[in-house]
Design a protein around this ligand. Structure first.
Ligand code: SF4
Length: 469
């Protein structure tokens, strides 16, 4: 006969006085056990990441700077991608003071390919603010970091304060959400205000008071390497004895075994939330899916569909008298998507446009930058390049033209926001990944000679792009 015990974690919880007993809290004993197991596990298993080397620096501002740069780079970007960027960044700007002296152009060049370019700009603005307004000393608490540093949200402030200053403050990012939702059976949408509030309160409650940096890094490391979204390794998880999602899986297995007449003598917890109409539990109309196991948690709200956009792009190649080839780049506005980055002359296709719209290379150049090439020169249709930004599914239709130095007229062009670059300069310029893809497509055009393709065929390709799908 299976013995059942009812879990009402949170009853008697020192720091949750006044709250109803709930499976969604940690009891004092659970907190102690979790802290000890997680920190021990983290110290033995942490990955060798370059920013962790800076954490033993006796200079607190240097520690904070190292955490700040790494955390900003890691937002929306995978660790494997960040590692090389981080090393290059710290080599070029080893201190806050060095960064504060950099130009936005240099920062954009360094950030090229990492995406979400406003992150680099905000780091630069933050470093300048720390140097100019705080004498080079970083704000010393999570609250002050949040208040004073541009681009530093609640999570980053908590990470810097706990890891660099040992302030006992919790953090909540995607990894922590997953671990906490699974451990405490939080099944309501993780983007709801109730769940967000609960996760922050849990994170602040459970964080180790003496070693908050190791605890928080342990939470993130656990979510990144063990309690992963698709294939969590519960059997090797240091928190398995405290995890209610895992207990729920065991309980269901045991129930199914009983139905088949297999007896179990171990105590299987009966997990039940005692809060009426709990806004943290799985919604009543969403049931536990046995095939998903612990992956029933966390529940995500339906993702908003990405906006579909199309843009005409022109690669203009200028042959100089000495044979050197150069490409024309235009700088984007200093605000908005890809602010301040360089791109090939581009023109967005508006919703209402159709196949009769003029997106000839002459029109695109005229509208985007004022560059003029002789009307008789035909462009080559390179092809379509797809790029997904976080909220935009962008299709670039790429045309190319090759002209001699005498044929191109850039006299009307504002030179500060337009420039000619060689291929080598292009590869190190502050250009987005999308533009690098465009250039690759252009280069892949291979042996086809730009500007001498059949104009009729080319026009057909361009026109078909505007046909509604
Ligand atoms: S036991 Fe499994 S689900 Fe629970 S925290 Fe560990 S890895 Fe995640």
């Amino acid at each position: 006969m299976v013995k059942r015990k009812r879990i009402e974690s949170g009853a008697g919880d020192d720091s949750c006085a006044g709250t109803k007993p709930s499976i969604h809290n940690f009891s004092l004993e659970e907190k102690c056990e979790f802290r000890e197991k997680l920190i021990t596990w983290f110290r033995e298993n942490q990955r060798d990441l370059p920013w962790r080397k800076h954490l033993s620096n006796p200079d607190v501002d240097q520690r904070a700077y190292a955490v700040w740069v790494s955390e900003i780079m890691l937002q929306q970007t995978q660790v494997a991608t960040v590692v090389e960027y981080y090393k290059r960044w710290m080599k070029k700007w080893p201190t806050l003071q060095d960064l504060a002296k950099a130009s936005l152009e240099e920062v954009n060049e360094m950030w090229a390919g990492l995406g979400y370019y406003s992150r680099g700009r905000r780091l630069l603005e933050g470093a300048q603010k720390v140097v100019q307004e705080f004498g080079g000393k970083m704000p010393r608490t999570a609250e002050a970091l949040l208040k004073h540093l541009p681009g530093v949200g609640r999570y980053t402030a908590g990470a810097i304060a706990s890891i660099a200053y040992s302030q006992a403050t919790g953090i909540v990012d995607g990894n922590v959400i997953r671990v906490l939702c699974r451990m405490r059976l939080i099944g309501a949408s993780s983007t709801s205000q109730a769940v967000q509030n609960k996760l922050w309160s849990l994170a602040n409650d459970v964080v180790d008071q003496d070693h908050p940096g190791d605890f928080n890094q342990g939470m993130m490391e656990l979510g990144a390497t063990v309690c992963t979204p698709k294939s969590p390794s519960c059997a090797s998880c240091p928190a398995q004895s405290l995890c209610l999602a895992k207990a729920q899986v065991e309980r269901n297995k045991s129930k199914n075994g009983n139905k088949l007449g297999i007896k179990d003598s171990i105590a299987i917890p009966d997990i039940e939330c005692v809060v009426e109409k709990c806004d943290l539990c799985l919604p009543e109309n969403e049931t536990w899916d046995e095939r998903e196991g612990v992956q029933n948690y966390p529940r995500k709200a339906g993702k908003k569909a990405a906006r579909v956009e199309r843009t005409s792009v022109c690669v203009v190649c200028r042959r100089k008298r000495d044979g050197e080839r150069q490409y024309y780049l235009v700088q984007r506005a200093q605000k908005g998507l890809l602010a301040g980055l360089w791109e090939f002359p581009s023109l967005k296709v508006e919703e209402e446009e159709d196949e009769n719209s003029d997106h000839s290379i002459h029109k695109v150049l005229q509208s985007s930058c004022g560059l003029r090439v002789p009307a008789a020169i035909q462009s080559t249709h390179v092809g379509s390049v797809e790029h997904i930004f976080s909220h935009i599914h962008q299709t670039y239709v790429v045309q190319a033209v090759e002209v001699s130095e005498e044929e191109v007229d850039d006299s009307r062009v504002h030179t500060e926001s337009c420039r000619w670059v060689t291929k080598e300069e292009f590869s190190s310029a502050a250009v987005s990944t999308a533009m690098k893809k465009v250039f690759k497509a252009y280069e892949n055009l291979g042996k086809k000679k730009i500007s001498t393709m059949d104009p009729g065929k080319n026009q057909k390709s361009i026109t078909s792009f505007f046909k509604k799908k």
